[in-house]
Design a protein around this ligand. Structure first.
Ligand code: NI
Length: 172
């Protein structure tokens, strides 16, 4: 947080199936795995493209987090399906050591392209919807602290929770 590259509106991907895109996705997967993350956006490693990854194998740090399919999502479009919001704890690799209580759309349709350029769409809710919104915010230069409304619920993990870290809060 504070790096200007996190504040840019990222550029759409125009070519799929290229060695450049393959290498970027490998770099993102390696980074996410190394940090035990649940998701990562290209701007978080300094790359100005509309590419996010999320989900995959269960996170050993958060064994009770709901499963989210291992997903590559490129040039995403998000559409809330109702005005209903849900609040939950979020963390971010770009904002280490902190957690915040963040409102998100509860029901969501999202669409985009996989790494081969195949378009797909999903209707999701809850934790899956939260992860997608967090990661796609990175593509528009938004970090979760910009979404926090109640700043009494934004702070250092140790101060907020002591030893009892919340589940489902590890979004990167
Ligand atoms: Ni993040």
């Amino acid at each position: 947080m504070g790096d200007q590259r996190l504040l840019r509106v990222a550029q759409p991907v125009t070519e799929f199936g290229t060695p450049h895109l393959t290498a970027l996705l490998q770099d993102m997967r390696d980074t996410m795995a190394h940090l035990d993350g649940a998701g990562l956006a290209a701007p978080q490693i300094g790359v100005d493209l509309r590419v996010v990854i999320f989900g995959g194998v269960a996170n050993p740090r958060y064994p009770d987090a709901p499963d989210v399919a291992d997903t590559v999502l490129i040039n995403p479009e998000l559409l809330p399906l109702s005005s209903e919001e849900e609040e939950g704890w979020e963390g971010c690799l770009s904002v280490p050591g902190l957690r915040g209580w963040v409102p998100r759309w509860k029901h969501l349709r999202y669409a985009g392209f996989d790494e081969g350029g195949q378009r797909f769409e999903r209707v999701v809710e809850g934790f899956h919807a939260r992860v997608v919104q967090h990661e796609c915010d990175h593509l528009d230069g938004l970090l979760y602290p910009m979404r926090v409304r109640d700043f009494s619920r934004f702070g250092f993990i140790q101060e907020l929770f002591g030893e009892d870290q919340p589940e489902n809060d590890d979004l990167t």
